[in-house]
Design a protein around this ligand. Structure first.
Ligand SMILES: [Fe+2]
Length: 163
């Protein structure tokens, strides 16, 4: 698609993030299976549920714009998830695996935070108030997921220091 206006760029980025979310939804169960720490497993599982909501919200945004909810390949997310697969395949120690999964999941979250932060700003600029509200709800959940992962990482560090 040719991108000439901010509206075009907004639509393109929505498609990018829709594609990314659908990929993440497929990748999260594998991370959950590979994780050992029960709290980490729970965090990944609850973020999987949230990701389903993120997709529904994006579909709402597309509907509001009168556009089909079609994704556009997000090379960044493909790369992040390929890297995650490769790294997890190289690790056998469960402790190291949990540390790796937290770092990989946070990389994904940070990508999403960057994208949704931008989308909220553009939606406001374009006068798409309803879309801005929906995208902000997801942005807040992405921040929450990232924070939960940071807490788990800190807990791991403290436990390792105490051992
Ligand atoms: Fe998400």
């Amino acid at each position: 698609m040719t991108i000439e206006t901010l509206d075009d760029l907004f639509l393109h980025t929505l498609k990018d993030v829709l594609y990314a979310e659908r990929k993440i939804l497929k990748a999260l169960p594998k991370m959950e299976r590979k994780a050992t720490d029960t709290k980490l497993k729970a965090a990944l599982s609850s973020h999987r549920d949230e990701t389903e909501d993120h997709i529904l919200r994006l579909e709402d945004v597309f509907e509001g714009l009168g556009k089909p909810a079609r994704g556009a390949k997000c090379d960044a997310m493909v790369g992040l998830l390929e890297e995650a697969e490769g790294l997890m395949a190289d690790i056998s120690d469960p402790e190291v695996m949990d540390a790796a999964i937290i770092s990989l999941a946070q990389a994904v979250e940070h990508y999403e935070i960057a994208r949704y932060g931008t989308l909220v700003a553009w939606a406001k600029q374009l006068g798409q108030t309803k879309a801005a509200g929906l995208l902000k709800e997801t942005l807040d959940q992405e921040y929450g997921a990232d924070k939960a992962l940071s807490k788990l990482a800190e807990k791991r560090l403290n436990a390792a220091a105490a051992a």
